[in-house]
Design a protein around this ligand. Structure first.
Ligand code: C2E
Ligand code: MG
Ligand code: MG
Ligand code: MG
Length: 293
């Protein structure tokens, strides 16, 4: 904020604001370097269809392996910084490219309905370059658009950006699916649900937290499932950490779920093992908890 005001020339910088800017520039420079050095990589969290137990997809989640310290940094430590600058545009493109490449490699060992999901920030969604990149990556990797889903958040509806809304239409035209991530955690109105051709609602994990002790939360989750059903959207719960939560969701006919109880996000090699291990199995009830062998 100080930076934006600084540009308009009305803010006199106090030393503490200056050091904040320094820190920010330092972090931005570090992200830039990490992009150049290819330090970002993906982990994948499997998604399950609750009626059958089938693994129907996986969500790509970005990580940063700092070459100097060797430490792996979570997205919360760099996505907000990347989003404040234009670096998120580059980062989201890199992630999309890596995800499409990996998803294409998994095609021969996964069922046709196995879909890879990729998070995209509002800023990227508004950028024409992202859509161009999307088309290019699908072409280059040979990944059918039906095998890809993008996850967006309610924020883009609040921002009321024409470009973003136009992008949503184009993405659906291309044949790529769209999920609304962290549903219920934002402040957007419901109007957009009627206006846009989405495919999936992802129930924010804050609703799952104290589900067992809160009948009100249970009712909210039931409501979201009913809302999704009435709109013809699939509904997936995020952040399932125990069996009670899973049982509740199965009982309420929630379509899908992901969470630490079934599997934490895993590196590509382990995900490949999951897919191979499940490949030959009959399509009846399988265990939700994953073990690759
Ligand atoms: P998200 O898209 O809502 O992703 C789900 C987050 O919840 C992930 O955190 C995941 O590790 C975590 N999670 C999954 N199951 C559980 C569970 O059972 N319990 C708990 N407590 N947490 C669970 P992660 O990987 O740290 O990502 C955080 C957020 O960063 C993501 O939230 C997404 O908004 C953003 N993000 C991640 N990768 C990308 C990316 O490539 N591009 C962009 N723009 N944003 C990304
Ligand atoms: Mg997501
Ligand atoms: Mg989410
Ligand atoms: Mg989230």
């Amino acid at each position: 904020k100080a930076k934006a005001e600084g540009r308009s020339g009305f803010v006199t910088f106090s030393p503490s604001i200056l050091s904040q800017i320094d820190m920010q520039l330092g972090e931005e420079a570090a992200i830039k370097r990490a992009l150049n050095c290819d330090e970002f990589f993906l982990v994948w969290q499997p998604q399950f269809e609750l009626a059958t137990g089938r693994m129907t997809g996986a969500e790509a989640l970005v990580r940063w392996r700092d070459a100097v310290s060797g430490a792996v940094r979570p997205p919360a430590s760099f996505i907000p910084i990347a989003e404040r600058s234009d670096l998120i545009l580059e980062l989201d493109k890199v992630v999309l490219g890596k995800a499409c490449m990996q998803a294409a490699k998994w095609m021969p060992i996964s069922a046709e309905e196995f879909i890879c999901s990729v998070n995209v920030s509002g800023k990227s969604l508004q950028a024409y370059a992202y859509l161009t990149h999307l088309t290019e990556m699908l072409q280059q990797t040979g990944l059918p658009p039906s095998r890809l889903q993008l996850e967006i958040t309610e924020g883009i509806f609040i921002q009321d950006s024409r470009n973003a809304l136009e992008s949503i239409r184009k993405i659906r035209e291309i044949g790529v699916s769209l999920a609304l991530d962290d549903f219920g955690s934002g402040y957007a109105s419901f109007g957009y649900l009627a206006d846009f051709n989405l495919n999936q609602l992802k129930i924010d994990r804050s609703f799952l937290g104290d589900l067992a002790s809160s009948t009100r939360k249970q009712n909210v989750v039931r409501g979201i499932i009913a809302l999704a059903n009435s709109l013809g959207l699939t509904v997936v719960a995020e952040g399932v950490e125990n069996e009670a939560q899973l049982d509740f969701l199965i009982h309420e006919h929630c379509h899908g779920a992901q969470g630490f109880f079934m599997s934490e996000p895993v590196e590509e090699r382990l995900m490949t093992n999951y897919l191979i291990a499940r490949q030959g199995r009959a399509k009846h009830i399988e265990k939700f908890r994953l073990s690759p062998f």
